[in-house]
Ligand binder design. Structure first.
Ligand code: FES
Length: 172
């Protein structure tokens, strides 16, 4: 089942032409209408097709990759992760973008993944301790990110992690 935990705060922002608060999009998150834009602070997100799927991307970069972000940011408290039970959290990167990050605690430490299927980029879920894509059924090892079942053939992308006094930081 899908386990989603918001480590970062899912911000509500205004300023979209109405007084109603609108949820800030997450890079790579599914969107509905191609070409729709959302302005969050100084950044603009646009809904574009990527690998047959409509997702939010940076308008400037034209991709779901942030313009630049190389600084470690806090993702989760270590004691919130249980060995054998991966989680997907929302992390605010150092440029202020909200991103999904997959986290898995192993005997050797915490491993962070980009929780996107390496087949066509669909958002992954956690199922039975594994990363699962319900688009075409690919499964990835929960601890290593390696492919268990295709059609995906490439392991999940990893992000560097570090433990700072019990808080897991990721560089995304
Ligand atoms: S997009 Fe994940 S299996 Fe095809």
């Amino acid at each position: 089942m899908f386990a989603l935990c918001a480590a970062g705060v899912v911000g509500l922002v205004g300023g979209f032409g109405s007084s109603e608060a609108v949820a800030s999009p997450v890079l790579g998150e599914a969107c509905v209408k191609k070409g729709r834009t959302r302005k969050v602070g100084k950044r603009t997100f646009v809904c574009r097709e990527r690998n047959g799927q409509l997702v939010w991307v940076n308008k400037k970069a034209g991709s779901s990759t942030p313009v630049s972000s190389a600084k470690p940011v806090p993702a989760i408290e270590l004691n919130e992760l249980v060995i054998g039970t991966p989680k997907i959290v929302i992390v605010t990167d150092s440029s202020g973008m909200k991103r999904y990050v997959g986290l898995s605690r192993t005997a050797g430490g915490v491993i962070a993944f980009d929780p996107k299927c390496t087949h066509l980029g669909y958002q992954l879920e956690v199922s039975g301790g594994e990363w699962y894509c319900d688009y075409h059924g690919s499964r990835f090892d929960g601890g290593t990110g390696s492919v268990i079942t295709g059609p995906a053939r490439t392991s999940l992308r990893r992000y560097p992690t570090e433990d700072r006094a019990g808080t897991v930081f990721v560089t995304i």
